[in-house]
Design a protein around this ligand. Structure first.
Ligand code: V47
Length: 376
């Protein structure tokens, strides 16, 4: 591989990685520009295997989007409807939302991941009750709910500080924050694609606060639209800087832009090679974030399998119902059984490991076999 790294012009970066020296913005941009995808993948895989060997994590989760009513006008979004009553808009009653968990009483679920639109009329109690109800129905379920963008919106709408919102949600059962809403941190891009929602500094500040309050979170990056390579690396460096302070991020999740049914539909979807490159560069830049997730719904199943050799060590989970990507043209299934996830990891030459949201390993082949039987 040494010859290949030399031909790819990556020896100095390979040396830095070997000695534990941090990669710079310039290094990241060079990695994106390197035409030898396999050399890049080799480096990323080395870092992945240092941390996780062949292990590849997944969880038994459900996604729930309780409302798609959203006052924000993000150009990339195909899911949101501006007002209650607009065609295609919906808001679940609390009973309907709780039913999604009740109906799965027979499944060994460990996580509910909630992402919503920014609804202008719901009372704060709706969200508190949503969480309390999930915990009443299933006290051990981990509630990974509400992006930092939603937290900022609640604070502004209900006249609270971001910290008060987090504390009250935490008291009602919130366990961690998902990574959504990060898009691209650079101001130039945010002004164009999501000008009327919480900015990068506030997104990061909310994660900082959540970490201080004892919660873990993830951080995402929406790629493959109008961002430059510098802006991708800058995004990763801002996440890395916060992680140096708090250590609270568990996973970095690149999200491939899907162009159907939104205002950026003229743009092509990112290629599989770009997806592999983004996961690889993320693994190399983010020396302090333990996991890089290839979200199979967004990457496509086959590309997610390949990404397991390009830095990724996690696939998210069973998901079971997903609207944001499917309304934007995703051709992936909306759900995958744990047996299918385990099989696709094995076929890719990796070792499947079921985890909970906090990456505690779920042991016991019986539990996994049950899970297999139940979701099929
Ligand atoms: O914030 C919206 C993105 C995110 C599109 O934390 C789009 O474990 C592509 O954040 N094309 C929500 N992306 C999903 C999300 C997520 C997913 C999986 C795991 C986790 C986690 C978080 O989806 C949004 C936005 O960045 N998104 N529309 C689109 N057309």
């Amino acid at each position: 591989m040494n010859d290949r790294l030399t031909r790819a012009g990556l020896t100095d970066i390979a040396d830095k990685l070997e000695t534990g020296e941090r990669l710079s913005l310039d290094d990241g941009v060079r990695l994106f520009a390197c035409p030898d995808l396999l050399a890049l993948g080799w480096l990323a895989n080395r870092e992945r295997e240092k941390r996780h060997g062949a292990r590849t994590y997944y969880n038994f989760n459900i996604r729930l989007e309780a409302t798609n009513v959203c006052v924000a006008s993000c150009l990339f979004c195909s899911f949101a409807r501006l007002k209650p009553g607009d065609p295609g808009s919906y808001t679940m009653s609390l009973e309907e939302a709780w039913d999604k968990v009740r109906q799965r009483a027979h499944q060994p679920l460990t996580e509910v991941h909630v992402v919503n639109g920014l609804h202008p009329d719901l009372p704060f109690d709706y969200y508190l009750e949503l969480l309390r109800g999930f915990k009443r129905i299933r006290p051990n379920l981990h509630l990974k709910c509400f992006t930092a963008v939603e937290i900022a919106f609640f604070a502004d709408l209900y006249g609270m500080t971001d910290e008060d919102v987090l504390r009250r949600l935490q008291a009602a059962g919130l366990d961690s924050l998902p990574g959504g809403g990060a898009e691209i941190f650079a101001e130039r891009v945010r002004r164009k694609i999501c000008h009327d929602k919480c900015g990068a500094d506030r997104y990061l500040e909310i994660h900082r606060t959540a970490h201080r309050l004892g919660m873990r979170s993830n951080v995402t990056m929406l790629y493959g639209h109008i961002e430059t390579m510098e802006e991708r690396v800058d995004h990763m460096l801002r996440a890395r800087a916060l992680q140096d302070e708090t250590g609270g991020f568990q996973a970095f999740i690149p999200l491939a832009f899907h162009p159907d049914n939104n205002q950026m539909r003229k743009l092509p979807a990112p290629s599989a090679t770009d997806t592999l490159r983004v996961h690889a560069v993320a693994r190399l830049m983010l020396d302090n974030i333990p996991h890089v997730k290839a979200f199979w719904i967004a990457t496509g199943v086959e590309t997610a399998q390949l990404a397991l050799w390009f830095g990724a060590d996690d696939l998210d989970g069973t998901v079971q119902e997903e609207k944001i990507y499917h309304m934007a043209g995703a051709r992936t299934p909306e759900t995958m059984s744990t047996s299918a996830i385990r099989r696709l990891i094995r076929v890719a030459g990796r070792e499947p490991v079921e985890r909970d949201t906090l990456y505690n390993v779920i042991t016991g082949p019986e539990a996994q076999d049950d899970a297999v039987a139940l979701v099929q």
